[in-house]
Design a protein around this ligand. Structure first.
Ligand code: KG4
Ligand code: ZN
Length: 366
């Protein structure tokens, strides 16, 4: 027996819909709006809302079409009528963007009588590691409790996962998120938005020791499990301004850009290593999930494995699963529906509760 889950995520600037058969993802359509936002140097909520509204019908249609192509002999023809549950992100995210997905889910509920699971976007990121492909392959072996490091444009969070539904926030950022720091440094270097993947590529050619940016919180031997990226961002800006004023030119050389990229990235990841070390001294786990947009970075993956040889690292299995996507939302729904934990049961909305489902821009996991 299994269930068909329609996942919907409109929390930020990606319109995404997925169809899962249990934890197998049959389709995961992500329609990125990045081009619409990049000229503004960041996400503009009103543009995100408008684009979600424009795209959602087509993205749902595509998700159903692709799911049918991938379903093989798993189940009968997939259509909205035979979806068993809708998992829709209700937070955290941009209020007016979240609203589009929630409204759509409610319409589908009314039309086809499908129950709704009010999903947490950050819980989704954690489960992005456990999504299987359409053949049910790629089973990850892990044990609870495990540590999850979420590194994205909006979040830098260490979460101890005791079981499905039982999450403990161990560390968070005091200011900028890790991906946000990549984007801001990218802007200073004139690389466009988002800049994470561009900085990763440039850093490969650069010298990570060319500029000595201070690793955040190391100076005072700060042992708190907290992240901070705004000081690093300011150090990078200072170096760029010094170079420009010494040459009385607004342009950096290619060599300076690749060296700043490499030096910044190195320090950004050293900071993650420092704080993860502290968390692992305090909490006993064997498995570490690393999720979110920045987890696509292969230098980060290598750095973590090198620094923590006694642990088993798990990353999303495909690049599309590192960023915002709806497959992770459908997979988190599957895990919650199959959990005995009281906490996860509470998330499941029955028909009477559907009207009460509302956007929760600051939704917490804890
Ligand atoms: O998870 P995500 O797609 O959206 C949020 O929920 O924020 O993450 C996007 C963030 C952006 O800041 C982007 O620059 C960063 O992830 N990112 C990367 C890489 N790919 C994306 N950062 C570093 N290296 C990458 N390869
Ligand atoms: Zn995200």
């Amino acid at each position: 027996m299994g269930m068909l889950i329609l996942g919907i995520d409109t929390s930020c600037d990606d319109t995404s819909v997925a169809v899962n058969w249990n934890d197998r993802t049959l389709s995961n359509i992500v329609s990125s709006q990045v081009k619409k936002h990049s000229e503004w140097g960041g996400v503009v909520p009103s543009i995100a809302k408008r684009e979600h509204e424009r795209l959602i019908d087509v993205v749902i249609e595509d998700a159903i079409k692709v799911a049918n192509r991938n379903r093989k002999d798993l189940t009968e023809e997939i259509s909205l009528e035979n979806i068993d549950a809708i998992a829709v992100t209700v937070g955290p995210g941009l209020a007016i963007a979240l609203e589009v997905g929630i409204r759509y889910a409610k319409e589908l509920n009314k039309k086809y009588n499908i129950p709704i699971f009010a999903a947490n976007h950050m819980e989704g990121h954690i489960f992005s590691v456990l999504t299987k492909n359409s053949r049910g392959k790629k089973i990850v072996e892990f044990n609870y409790p495990f540590m999850s490091l979420a590194v994205s444009g909006g979040h830098t969070e260490l979460v101890l996962v005791k079981e499905v539904g039982d999450y403990h926030l161990i560390g968070r950022t005091l200011d900028d998120a890790c991906g946000e720091a990549f984007d801001k440094v990218g802007k200073m270097l004139g690389l466009g938005y988002p800049a994470g993947a561009i900085i990763e590529q440039l850093a490969k050619e650069g010298d990570k020791n060319a500029y000595k940016f201070p690793v955040p919180m190391r100076k005072k031997n700060n042992k708190e499990i907290l992240f901070s990226y705004s000081g690093l961002k300011t150090s990078v800006l200072q170096v760029i301004q010094d170079i420009k004023s010494s040459r009385q030119s607004e342009k950096l050389s290619k060599e300076e850009i690749i060296n700043i990229s490499a030096s910044f990235q190195y320090v950004a990841f050293e900071h993650l290593v420092d704080k993860l070390k502290l968390a692992l001294e305090k909490y006993s786990v064997k498995d570490i999930f690393v999720v979110g947009g920045v987890s696509a970075n292969l230098t980060l993956r290598r750095t973590l494995k090198k620094n923590f040889k006694d642990y088993k690292f798990h990353f999303p299995q495909k690049k599309i699963l590192t960023g915002d996507n709806a497959s992770m939302i459908a997979t988190s729904c599957y895990y919650n529906l199959n959990s005995n934990s009281e906490k996860s049961k509470k998330l499941i909305k029955d028909f009477d509760e559907i009207d009460k489902i509302d956007r929760l821009p600051n939704m917490k996991l804890f």
